[in-house]
Design a protein around this ligand. Sequence first.
Ligand code: SF4
Length: 216
Amino acid sequence: MEALLERRYGKYPDESSGPVLDQLVWFLLSTRTTVENCDAAYGALRERYPTWAAAAEAPPEYLGECLRPAGLWKTRAANLRSSLAAIRERFGSESLEELRSWTDAECEAFLRSLPGVGLKVARCVLAFGLARPSFAVDAHIWRVTRRLGWHSLPGEAPSERGADLLQELARGSRDILSLHVNLIRFGREFCPSGEPRCGACPVAAGLGCPGAILGR
Ligand code: SF4
């Protein structure tokens, strides 16, 4: 499956040389919106506030003007301000670079202590920002992997136990970051939450898929 996805979508580049905090803020804005809207909000934020210290000092309504494209701007502005304040308190500045010397478990626990940061966002920061063998499970990955028979757990969104189970499975892959990104791309293209496109799906043609047989 991993090889099939890489043939179709390629490998995802390592982005971990950039500031870790940039990744955290982007993923904070990425929940419950599209990538395009997240990019628009993030771009507006960076344009108005070139440093995170400047964003931390900004009144919530000013932040909100930037965050509006992503929706839920009041909540996002409050979470961003509180997270930046907590990061400054812990590290002395608006930077997460010290996490590079922490263990995966320590990083995940600290990130999850920040307002608005759940398991998925924390594991995305670990994977994209810190190049750790972390596997974030979103609704696409949860649905696609169930249809593929990787798990049989219920629900539209992953439970914590389910996310841990899939992370353990994904750690057997050659490139855990590409697997994460490519499963999402695959889910959007062939296996959406509505009617899956099994007739066109390369998995159905090649590897077989229990979801195609059972219609799940
Ligand atoms: S065969 Fe159908 S259910 Fe299975 S992964 Fe492809 S689109 Fe999804």
